[in-house]
Design a protein around this ligand. Structure first.
Ligand code: FE2
Length: 277
């Protein structure tokens, strides 16, 4: 295993990543780097304008206006993690999301397209598609997550089969799962802010007790496991391997933190890459 300071992200744009790695997504599937970070992949002025549109359209609440809505997180989109227990309802909800997203970005660059195009530009001989069931029904293409309060996530992984044990979905066939995150707004303004701490540790059953018992920090220290802290400004986009143990530290600031997020299914021997939320 390489030392801490050698596990560094690829970036800061597609051209640079493609010159560093012949097959960047294959390298990501092997956790050769903590993340692929694309700086200013999306216009930060459009990030701000989209946040205002979400408020104007009543999709999220205005943090400046007192509201009875006490939710600390609002999603715009269809989450397999939250809705996948009922496949029919999940797929019906995704239809509504596709209808909403067809007009939600009118007049702006479509950030979902930016996400898919960036992924396609990193892929070698693979086609990027919204995830679908064999009968053609589509999953939600991406999701906006707006956090109104600082919310930390303990060390964990995200994986449709390894963690969530969902075998009744087409995405279960992919060996590797990545996440793509586009920063729209940080909890405090100015510069790059922390998003996620990625640990140089791919999940195995042997690590699971340390996740369950919340002893991963001690395990990481004892085993000299390196980590990388992703910091983003609005418009920055990154991809990471969600089988790497990762966590979100408590963040400072009073503004809602907003991201556009996707999950990505990848296998070296499939010529399709599936994207969902
Ligand atoms: Fe996660």
């Amino acid at each position: 295993m390489s030392s801490t300071n050698e596990w560094l992200p690829a970036g800061p744009n597609v051209e640079a990543v493609r010159s560093q790695y012949a097959d960047p997504l294959l390298a990501l599937s092997q956790a050769e780097m903590p993340a692929i970070v694309l700086r200013q992949a999306y216009d930060p002025a459009h990030c701000q304008a989209l946040m205002q549109r979400f408020i104007n359209w009543g999709l999220i609440r205005d943090p400046l206006v007192k509201s009875a809505d006490g939710r600390t997180r609002i999603d715009i989109g269809t989450s397999l993690g939250n809705r996948g227990h009922d496949q029919e309802a999940f797929l019906r909800h995704a239809v509504d999301t596709h209808q909403l997203f067809a007009h939600l970005f009118d007049g702006f660059v479509n950030p979902v397209q930016t996400m898919y195009d960036s992924l396609a530009a990193l892929a070698v001989n693979k086609e990027v598609k919204t995830a679908r069931e064999p009968d053609g029904r589509l999953y939600g293409p991406a999701i906006f997550r707006i956090h109104y309060e600082t919310h930390s996530y303990k060390p964990h992984i995200d994986h449709v089969t390894l963690r969530e044990k969902r075998f009744n979905y087409a995405v279960a066939r992919f060996e590797h799962q990545f996440a793509g995150i586009l920063c729209l707004q940080n909890a405090s303004q100015g510069g790059r802010k922390a998003q996620t701490i990625l640990h140089q540790c791919v999940w195995t059953p042997a690590v699971q007790p340390h996740i369950e018992n919340e002893t991963f920090p001690q395990y990481a220290a004892a085993n000299n496991i390196g980590s990388y802290r992703v910091e983003l400004a609005p418009g920055d986009l990154y991809f990471f391997n969600t089988r790497c143990i990762h966590e979100i530290p408590p963040l400072e600031g009073d503004d809602p933190r907003a991201v556009l997020a996707v999950f990505i299914g990848y296998s070296s021997d499939y010529d399709e890459i599936y994207v969902w939320a």
